[in-house]
Design a protein around this ligand. Structure first.
Ligand SMILES: [Zn+2]
Length: 270
């Protein structure tokens, strides 16, 4: 009898362990979206105001989930405010609209610096010699659990001020890229056939961008994308959301591949 009771208690405990986080999340999503949050979105994520009501509602739910699950950490004395949280979560969640996906499952922390920050990277030369190099960055995405951002740049960068350059879209595209197991320019695509199609389209477009960068030719996709396939996907994502008409006209095949992946057409939000 005691054993049965113990088993029942154990099962109840395990059940609660699984049920409680889900219950808390559902409660967080069900809370009314504060008006001051919507005001911040209209100011710092201007595309929000131009979206249809169903996407606005989806975005608000995704933001609530993001805010519930991720911890924001202010660095170098920065105090985390609602404006910082809403601006970053709002832009990051644009990449998840209409998609059957979790909200950046590997991500636990968003570290925010007031301005550009310095990171120290180790580099291993061919002979095995390790050197360290300081790099000034506006953003960085780690595949394990964090994204690091410079707040002054996040606040300034949007499609209105500097189209095609948005450090939040960029770093969160890297997060999606790493969900496939390696950060190589191909996010999780569900089928072998889709990977093959993606690889063929992106390899060709990457080569075109490398050529444009070598010849200093104008391109709707920033030349930084020619660095490697992972940067190409991140930079193409920025162009897809912020220079959608030009990208659709000049790179229709790439645009359609991104449209199929992101499940939205930002040309409709102008
Ligand atoms: Zn990058």
């Amino acid at each position: 009898m005691a054993l049965i009771l113990l088993m029942a208690l154990l099962m109840l405990g395990v059940g609660l362990l699984f049920w409680l986080p889900k219950y808390r999340l559902q409660r967080a999503i069900a809370r009314p979206f504060p008006r001051r949050y919507a005001k911040i979105l209209r100011k710092n994520v201007p595309v929000y105001a131009r979206m249809p009501a169903d996407l606005q509602l989806q975005l608000k739910h995704l933001i609530q989930q993001f805010l519930h699950q991720k911890k924001f950490v202010g660095c170098d004395g920065l105090t985390i405010t609602d404006e910082i949280k809403l601006t970053i979560a709002g832009k990051a969640c644009l990449l998840l609209l209409n998609r059957v996906t979790l909200v950046y499952p590997a991500l636990s922390f968003v570290l925010v610096y007031p301005t550009a920050f310095v990171v120290r990277h180790a580099e291993v030369a061919a002979g095995g010699l390790v050197t360290h190099r300081n790099q000034v960055l506006l953003g960085e995405s780690w595949s394990d659990d964090r994204v690091i951002l410079a707040w002054d740049h996040v606040r300034r960068s949007n499609a209105e001020n500097d189209p095609g350059h948005d450090v939040v879209l960029h770093e969160f595209a890297h997060q999606l890229d790493s969900e496939s197991g390696s950060t190589n320019g191909a996010p999780y695509l569900m089928s072998k056939a889709r990977y093959a199609r993606w690889s063929s389209i992106f390899s060709e477009e990457f080569a075109l961008l490398q050529e444009a960068a070598q010849h200093h030719s104008l391109s709707v996709i920033d030349h930084y994308g020619a660095t490697n396939p992972a940067e190409f996907f991140a930079v193409a994502t920025e162009a897809f959301f912020e220079k959608s008409v030009a990208l659709g006209q000049e790179h229709p095949v790439l645009f359609n591949a991104l449209k199929e992946y992101y499940c939205v057409d930002p040309r409709e939000w102008r």
